[in-house]
Design a protein around this ligand. Structure first.
Ligand code: UTP
Length: 295
């Protein structure tokens, strides 16, 4: 594991997950499984790979399964051990974080992503921090946040958001940047707009759920100004940091899947399944049997 200039991260998981109802009626969206592990575990593993170990989860109602997922399950572990099921047992135990490194706070009302991040302010204190949205899953050789922390260190510290190019017709689904100068994978961010109409969008570069932010963001989030959809938007607070601090978009190497959306989620299962050596062949055979790729 790398040692990281960024020590802490926020994972906001207080959203209602309405696009996945009824699956998310009694279970948090972040517990949806891609191949064999829940979205939340991918997020945590990505942060660990980037050298970040202290994580605050901003949760809401019905989210206790998330806490249970990162805790011992004594009965299950004892049963697996007595039956000699060492593989499944280590899959459980290896996923546990070091004790005391995870904290949980409640966003009492789902007022928006910006508000959820603001709820983590006391835990973060006055240091730069990462934010990962677990429903944005990135398939990459080098985990996305690790790439971003390396870029952060190489540029001497800045606000950095993961960016990807999207079709212009889809800009109204995303936060979109107004780009300035670019160097290698970093693009200067001159403006940020949440969910702009394709006709007025300043570019087609959209912000994905990966952020490295300076603590000054809390000052703007604390103003609790509502934006698109009547929610307190992280994008709006980030826009207020522009001009005051260096701010870049980072064109990560990898493929992002929007697992908050049903088609994106299905695609993630296929892509992550195909990326597993032991699953690739049977999956390819199955897709061929469905006639995928033929007219
Ligand atoms: P989404 O925009 O995907 O919203 O949130 P959602 O409520 O989770 O899902 P839908 O749109 O109703 O299906 C993006 C991220 O922000 C968090 C979510 O948990 C998710 O990680 N979020 C959003 C909060 O923590 N609090 C909020 O008030 C809103």
């Amino acid at each position: 594991m790398m040692t990281s200039a960024i020590k802490k991260a926020v994972i906001p998981v207080a959203g209602l997950g309405t696009r996945f109802l009824p699956a998310t009626k009694a279970m948090p969206k972040e517990m949806l499984t891609v191949v064999d592990r829940p979205l939340i575990q991918y997020a945590v593993e990505e942060l660990f790979a980037a050298g970040i170990e202290e994580i605050i989860f901003v949760t809401g109602r019905n989210k206790s399964a998330l806490e249970d997922h990162f805790d011992h399950a004594y009965e299950l572990e004892a049963t697996l051990e007595s039956r000699g099921k060492i593989g499944p047992l280590s899959a459980l135990v290896d996923a546990l974080p070091p004790e005391g490194n995870f904290v949980y706070t409640r966003q009492q009302r789902p007022l928006g992503l910006g508000h959820a991040v603001w709820c983590a302010r006391h835990f973060i204190g006055h240091e730069p921090f990462a934010v990962v949205l677990p429903d944005d899953l990135v398939l990459a050789d080098v985990p996305c946040m690790q790439q971003m922390v390396e870029a952060y260190e190489a540029c001497g510290g800045a606000n950095i958001v993961g960016i990807m190019d999207v079709p212009r017709a889809q800009t109204s689904r995303y936060g979109i940047i107004e780009p300035g100068e670019s160097k290698d994978q970093l693009v200067e961010v001159k403006g940020l707009v949440e969910k702009p109409d394709p006709k007025v969008a300043p570019s087609t570069l959209s912000v994905i759920g990966r952020y490295i932010l300076m603590p000054e963001i809390f000052e703007f989030l604390g103003r609790k100004q509502t934006g698109a959809g009547g929610e307190i938007q992280l994008t709006d607070a980030m826009a207020q940091l522009l001009g005051q601090q260096p701010f870049y978009g980072f064109a990560y190497a990898g493929t992002r899947f929007d697992c908050g959306d049903k088609v994106g989620y299905m695609k993630a299962n296929i892509a992550f399944g195909l990326a597993r050596a032991e699953m690739r062949e049977p999956l390819v055979e199955f897709m061929q049997s469905l006639g995928v790729g033929k007219d």
